[in-house]
Design a protein around this ligand. Structure first.
Ligand SMILES: N[C@@H](CCC(=O)N[C@@H](CS)C(=O)NCC(=O)O)C(=O)O
Length: 235
């Protein structure tokens, strides 16, 4: 049975979308207007958390993007090299960077996004934006040493850890945070973007959004706070 992915344009659900393109696998894609809990309430029947991504696999619903990447590589990888295995020396690094991409690099950016764009104008906070932009840039430095002597984060090859961290780069670019990153990190990000599966995932995202009647622009560009200030803010 094909996995079913619920995705919003430029949201963390880009991770499993990109991952499935890297794996060349079949899946069903539903584009959900953002934030679904405010502008597409029927989505709560699929995922009561109201968050994207949601990935239906058989009778199970996954709601964590990094876990989805790990699951997809292991269960649908068919011998692909996108996951490290426990017998490889850098397996602990692999798991660490897989989760680092979400827990350490994406979390502070969601506060920048929220308090710069998604909150109603009177609740926006330049102080929070500045603090968490600095937090993100500080944590990003951890990658400098890592990428000094290698093109990818682990195992001398592209893996799901790069998908996880790569999404954090994509979000940082939308938030204009990457211009302050080192040249090494910027070169790493350019190499991730040049991957055919990354480009294909962007195209599929755009085409599916248009054909499903959803704006293909990232949420801040179509100003969602004007539609749902009564329902709390997304991140
Ligand atoms: N840790 C989760 C976070 C999921 C999440 O919060 N997604 C955001 C979009 S990137 C969302 O759906 N926000 C909508 C809301 O908070 O209502 C993951 O990695 O998938």
């Amino acid at each position: 049975m094909k996995p079913v992915l619920y995705h919003s344009v430029s949201a963390r659900s880009f991770r499993p979308l990109w991952a499935m393109e890297e794996l060349g696998m079949e899946y069903e894609l539903h584009i959900v207007p953002f934030p679904p809990r405010a502008v597409h309430r029927e989505y709560l029947e699929i995922n009561p958390l109201g968050t994207v991504p949601a990935l239906r696999v058989g009778n199970t619903l996954m709601t964590e993007s990094a876990a989805m990447c790990q699951y997809l590589a292991e269960a649908h990888g068919g011998g692909s090299t996108l996951a490290l295995t426990p017998d490889e020396p850098e397996y602990p690094d692999y798991l660490n960077y897989l989760h680092f991409g979400e827990a350490t690099l994406t979390f502070p950016q969601t506060l920048v996004l929220r308090y710069r764009h998604f909150e109603a104008p009177e609740r926006r906070s330049p102080q929070i934006v500045e603090d968490y932009a600095r937090w993100f840039l500080g944590r990003l430095k951890a990658l400098d040493g890592r990428l000094h002597s290698r093109p990818f984060l682990c195992g001398q090859r592209f893996t799901m850890a790069d998908v996880s961290v790569g999404y954090a780069m994509l979000l940082a670019e939308h938030l204009d945070l990457l211009s302050q990153a080192s040249t090494q990190i910027q070169a790493y990000w350019r190499s991730l973007q040049s991957r055919p599966a990354f480009q294909q995932a962007l195209k599929i995202e755009h085409d599916a959004a248009v054909s499903q009647g959803v704006s293909p622009l990232p949420a801040p560009a179509h100003r969602p706070w004007e539609q749902h200030t009564d329902t709390g803010s997304a991140q």
